[in-house]
Design a protein around this ligand. Structure first.
Ligand SMILES: Cc1cc2nc3c(=O)[nH]c(=O)nc-3n(C[C@H](O)[C@H](O)[C@H](O)COP(=O)(O)OP(=O)(O)OC[C@H]3O[C@@H](n4cnc5c(N)ncnc54)[C@H](O)[C@@H]3O)c2cc1C
Length: 439
C-alpha cells in the first residue's frame, strides 16, 4: 500500500537534523537572525557569506586564528547542500545532499575524525561500488588508467586541447564501446548529476583521478553528514551567525567591506570570504563591479542536478541496483529503506511536479519493487540551491584560477573552487585557501 506522503510526514514528523540540532535562530546569542528591517551597522573582522560546509569551516579556521567572524546565511538553516533527515519513528537518519566520502578525501576524513564523528561503509551486500569494472574490456580498462595517468603529467600547452572536448567524445575516439561509455556515464551522473558528454575531458579525468576512491570505496558519516555541520556550528559559540537574511550587495572602501542584507541591515568588516555557489555570487551587486573575466567565469560554470528520495521498499534490497524510468540508481540504506537517485533533467522534472505526479513517476519507475511509503518526498530543501555540484564543461580551462583570485579584501571559496570540485573535500579545501589569504 502506498502511504500518502503528507500523511506519512504528518504522522511521523520527518524533520531535518538541522532543525533538531540548531536550538533557535538566535543560536549564538549575539545576533538577530530573523528577517527584520533593522539597518543597524555591525562590525566584524571577517564576514563569511554562506553557512554551508565551506563557510562554516572557514569560520572555524578564523576562530582558531582569533579573528572575529560573522556568517551570513540566506536560508533559515545551516548546511546548504548538506542535509540529513531523521525518521522519528526509529531515529534512522538519511542524507539528501552530500553523503559519500572517498578514501582519498583526506581533508574531509580528517575533519570527521577531529569532530569525533565516525565513518562507516555503506551497508551493501559485498559490493562497495557503483562502478562495475568487469563491464569494461581489458583494453579499455588499461586505456582509462593510462588516460588518467596522462592528464596528471600533460604539458600545460596541451591541457587546453584536452579541455576543449568532452570525456564521452574523447573516450569514443579512444575506442571505447557504446556499452562501456554508457556504463561510465551512469556512474559519472551519480556523482556529478551531469553526463560525461557535457564535462571537459581534462576536468573529468583529473577529477576521476582524485575521486577514484569514489568509484571504488566509499564511506559515509554515521548518523548523517549534517552532524559535521552541527559540530562546526557548535564550535562557533562566540561567533555571530545571521540566518534568513541574504547578502545583496558588497561595497569596498578604504576601511574594508560593507555588506547590505535583504532586510536592509548593514555589516562592516575588514575582509570578506564569499563561499556562495557561482549563480548566487553573480546575483550580488559588487561595488566596484567584479572584473569582466570573473563575471564571464561565473556565468560559464554549470551545475549538475542530483535529486534523492528516501523510500520504504516493498521488497528488501541488499545491493545497489540500476534504476529504470526516471531513476538512475536505487541505493539500499537498510534492507527496506533505499535512496532513489535521480539526475539531470529528470531531477528538474521531478522537482517541478506536484507530489502526486512525483509519487506516480517514482512508483512507475520502481515497477514491481514499488514503494511502500515515501519518506522524504516534499521535504523542504531550503538552502540547497538549484544545482548539486559544479560542472566544468568543455573549454572552461583557467576559469577556476580566475574565480579564485581575490578582489581587494574580498576572497572567494566554495565547492566550485576547491580541489576535486563536486565534493565536500572541495568545499573544505577552498575554505583553507581563502582563510590563508586573510591578513
Ligand atoms: C544531492 C547532492 C548530493 C551530493 N553528494 C555528494 C557526495 O556524495 N559526496 C560529496 O563529497 N559531495 C556531495 N555533494 C556536494 C556537497 O554537498 C557540496 O560540495 C558541499 O556541501 C558544498 O558546500 P559549500 O559550502 O561550498 O556550498 P553550499 O552548501 O551550497 O553553501 C552555500 C550557502 O550559501 C547560502 N547562500 C546563497 N546565496 C546567499 C546570499 N546571497 N547570502 C547569504 N547566503 C547565501 C546558501 O543558502 C547555502 O547555505 C552533493 C550535493 C548534493 C546537492
Amino acid at each position: 500500500m502506498i502511504v500518502n506522503r503528507k500523511k506519512f510526514l504528518k504522522t511521523l514528523g520527518l524533520v531535518s537534523v538541522a532543525t533538531l540540532a540548531l536550538p533557535s535562530k538566535n543560536i549564538f546569542g549575539q545576533t538577530k537572525t530573523s528577517r527584520s528591517n533593522s539597518t543597524t551597522d555591525k562590525s566584524s573582522s571577517v564576514i563569511v557569506l554562506g553557512g554551508g560546509l565551506s563557510g562554516l569551516y572557514a569560520a572555524n579556521l578564523l576562530k582558531k586564528k582569533g579573528i572575529q567572524t560573522l556568517i551570513v546565511e540566506a536560508s533559515s538553516r545551516l548546511g546548504g547542500r548538506i542535509m540529513s533527515v531523521t525518521n522519528p519513528s526509529d531515529q534512522s537518519v538519511y542524507d539528501l545532499g552530500g553523503e559519500w566520502i572517498g578514501d582519498f578525501h583526506s581533508l574531509t576524513r580528517k575533519l570527521v575524525n577531529n569532530l569525533g564523528l565516525t565513518l562507516v561503509r555503506p551497508n551493501w551486500n559485498g559490493s562497495q561500488s557503483l562502478w562495475d569494472i568487469n563491464k569494461f574490456s581489458l583494453k579499455s580498462k588499461e586505456n582509462l588508467e593510462k588516460l588518467i595517468e596522462y592528464q596528471s603529467k600533460i604539458p600545460s600547452n596541451q591541457i587546453e586541447g584536452l579541455d576543449k572536448i568532452s570525456l564521452f567524445r574523447y573516450l569514443r575516439y579512444q575506442g571505447f564501446s557504446d556499452m562501456e561509455l554508457d556504463e561510465l556515464d551512469l556512474v559519472v551522473k551519480s556523482f556529478y548529476g551531469e553526463s560525461s558528454k557535457n564535462i571537459s575531458s581534462y576536468a573529468l579525468l583529473s577529477s576521476i583521478e582524485s575521486k577514484k576512491s569514489l568509484f571504488q570505496n566509499f564511506y559515509k558519516v554515521e548518523g548523517g553528514t549534517q552532524q559535521i555541520i552541527s559540530k562546526l556550528a557548535n564550535n562557533l559559540d562566540s561567533t555571530d551567525i545571521i540566518l534568513s537574511d541574504k547578502a545583496v550587495s558588497v561595497s569596498q572602501s578604504k576601511d574594508g567591506v560593507l555588506v547590505t542584507l535583504s532586510s536592509g541591515r548593514r555589516l562592516r568588516a575588514n575582509e570578506l570570504i564569499c563561499t556562495l555557489p557561482a549563480p548566487a555570487v553573480s546575483e550580488i551587486k559588487f561595488e566596484p563591479g567584479l572584473p569582466r573575466e570573473k563575471i564571464y567565469g561565473l556565468l560559464r560554470i554549470g551545475y549538475g542536478r542530483i535529486h534523492k528520495e528516501i523510500v520504504e521498499l516493498n521488497k528488501p534490497l541488499l545491493s545497489p541496483e540500476k534504476g529504470e524510468g526516471i531513476i538512475d540508481w536505487i541505493l539500499p540504506n537498510t534492507d527496506k529503506v533505499a535512496t532513489l537517485q535521480i539526475t539531470e533533467g529528470r531531477a528538474i522534472a521531478l522537482e517541478n511536479s506536484n507530489s502526486e505526479i512525483a509519487e506516480g513517476l517514482l512508483n512507475k519507475s520502481l515497477g514491481v519493487q514499488s514503494a511502500k511509503s515515501f519518506l522524504s518526498l516534499g521535504q523542504n530543501r531550503e538552502g540547497f540551491g538549484t544545482g548539486a555540484v559544479s560542472i566544468y564543461s568543455p573549454s572552461t580551462y583557467g576559469i577556476k584560477a580566475e574565480l579564485s583570485s581575490s578582489v581587494g579584501p574580498v576572497h572567494f571559496a566554495g565547492e566550485h573552487l576547491g580541489e576535486v570540485p563536486g565534493t565536500m573535500e572541495a568545499a573544505i579545501s577552498s575554505a583553507i585557501l581563502a582563510v590563508r589569504k586573510i591578513s
